[in-house]
Design a protein around this ligand. Sequence first.
Ligand code: NAD
Length: 296
Amino acid sequence: MSKIGFIGLGNMGGGMCANLVKAGHDVKAFDLNEAAVAKVVEAGADAASSIAEAVSDVDAVITMLPAGKHVHSVYFGEDGVTAHAPQMAVLVDCSTISVEEARAAHEKSEAAGYQMVDAPVSGGVAAAEAGTLTFMVGGAEDAFDKAHPFLDIMGKNVFHAGDSGNGQVAKIANNMLLGISMIGTCEAFNLAEKLGLDTQTFFDISSTASGQCWSMTSYCPAPGPVPAAPSNRDYQPGFAVAMMLKDLKLAAGAAEGAGANIAFGKLAEQIYEDLAGAGFDGLDFSGVMRRVKGEI
Ligand code: NAD
């Protein structure tokens, strides 16, 4: 049994924290939102009233926060993690933040004497609750080894992507591809339908032909062929347009810094930006089908 400080108990962090408790670890949990803390206390975690209390005398600090500015303030703020956690504790940030912010957090943590990994996830709230997330981890080998046993409990796949920030690189490159492939899948289904081919027949053919991709076979944006997909529940998320847009913006920012050509990534960003601007930021990202069809 290890002692863990867990900060950020929202949609994702709540389930992740509960799984660590279920595995027998001693977890001290902190969030600015008291209701979020109460929920994990019900699952068996101990409530902490501050970051300092959550991270004192622990083996690992795990954070699951909205964005980079929250991570930096929780880590390096006046009463933050690096002011109070023991130096042997491994710092594990599971939030999705920019590559630049992640690498800066590594540098500052190391300068303060800590080992850190960036460990963003793929998989949504259901995977966080089920303990089936995929973790993409950046950081030194020994930091990865220290974090691995905890990540194993919260996920079913744990990949070491390389040095600091590489977890975030894997995450944004993957999600940029997802955003692009989803729009392409919508256009293909819409084209087939407009030309007189029914949805199920096109799915049966394309899902076994060269058009096959995850957006089609696991998350089909056309209602019908994949019963569990959000397209069958009026595009309720799932993974909201706002979240996809966040990841595409992170990809665009990183690509600019690296001088990488992402013409389709930028186009996808524009399409999701328009959708969000029209008030559909809470729609599942596969709801871009309704825009392709001209319904919204
Ligand atoms: P969320 O907004 O539901 O949860 C974030 C939590 O952090 C909130 O409870 C908030 O109160 C807390 N918080 C913010 N600032 C804090 C501070 N200074 N101290 C303590 N607590 C603080 O977000 P989420 O959906 O759980 O997502 C978390 C991260 O995971 C994001 O970076 C997101 O991009 C990423 N992610 C989310 C999903 C998803 O499907 N929701 C999937 C993959 C990755």
